[in-house]
Design a protein around this ligand. Structure first.
Ligand SMILES: [Zn+2]
Ligand SMILES: [Zn+2]
Length: 280
């Protein structure tokens, strides 16, 4: 069976491999298609598309936009948008700026907690990568402040934890619209991070479908079979495309393996046709 992984990160956001490397590895593990979905950034897509031609694997232009959501993390994936769309690029640039402004503040908060850390150290470990929270986690591990990534996020870096710093986000509605206006297809990423009951999730989806939501990431490493079952039913009841991905970050996130989309595996290749039908 030919499978696709529609959720991966490169050094353009907080992954540890370059866009070219991610695509080459996707071809090596036997995927038929892969989408690079860096956080608020499409800077790696062109390189990924070129690598796809070289490696003989289909590459889907992608992005993962962080949207405002009161009680949880709301990430919206966008696929097949027009890479040259100026408004789309400007809106993403604004988010990247917000992201960059937040990093020195995280370092300040950690220092205020008595941890000996500077932003320079974090920048150094990130190298050419865009600095993100996984880099802070690595420094905290290297310094022996925490034993692993999970502890770093649980104690310090996760939402509302001790060194968490909020940043500007668009509303889900704005995220759907900016993707639609750039000719793309918006998909809700890993629904469990919204922290909603099944009923509340259904209500949110119901309000988002008229605003342009076209799909839901049903297949995901952190989803149990029961969750996949539940999300499939919700997606089917609203006619949403059921997508999936590994959320591969290379060495920057434990437990993410390229081509591993959870207990029921990655979605089949024809999910791309279903996404393309939503373009018009
Ligand atoms: Zn995400
Ligand atoms: Zn992701």
């Amino acid at each position: 069976m030919t499978r696709v992984d529609l959720h991966t990160h490169s050094t353009v956001s907080d992954g540890s491999f370059s866009p070219e490397e991610v695509v080459r590895m996707a071809a090596e593990v036997g995927l038929s298609a892969v989408s690079l979905t860096d956080h608020d950034n499409i800077g790696g897509v062109e390189a990924a598309l070129k690598a796809g031609k070289r490696e003989g694997i289909q590459v889907v232009p992608g992005v993962e936009i962080s949207a405002e959501f009161p009680h949880g993390t709301c990430h919206i994936l966008g696929y097949f948008f027009d890479l040259g769309d100026k408004t789309f690029r400007e809106k993403l640039a604004y988010l990247q700026e917000a992201r960059a402004n937040r990093n020195p503040k995280i370092a300040e908060k950690l220092r205020a907690l008595g941890i000996d850390i500077t932003y320079e150290e974090v920048r150094e470990i990130a190298g050419s990568e865009q600095v993100g929270r996984p880099h802070f986690a690595r420094v905290l591990m290297d310094k022996g402040v925490v034993k692993d990534f999970n502890e770093a996020f649980e104690r310090y870096l996760g939402k509302d934890k001790a060194a968490y710093v909020d940043k500007f986000r668009y509303s889900p509605d704005e995220a759907f619209q900016m993707i639609r206006r750039a000719g793309g297809v918006p998909v809700l990423a890993h629904p469990y991070t919204l922290n909603l009951s099944d009923e509340a999730l259904t209500d949110s989806i119901e309000s988002w479908v008229p605003l342009g939501l076209q799909g839901m990431e049903v297949f995901y490493p952190d989803h149990t079979e029961e969750m996949i079952d539940c999300y499939s039913r919700i997606a089917d009841s609203f006619g949403l495309v059921k997508t999936g991905g590994s959320d591969f970050h290379g060495n920057n996130k434990e437990g993410s393996t390229l081509g591993d989309c959870g207990p029921l595996g990655c979605p089949p290749l024809d999910v791309l046709d279903r996404l393309r039908w939503r373009l018009s």
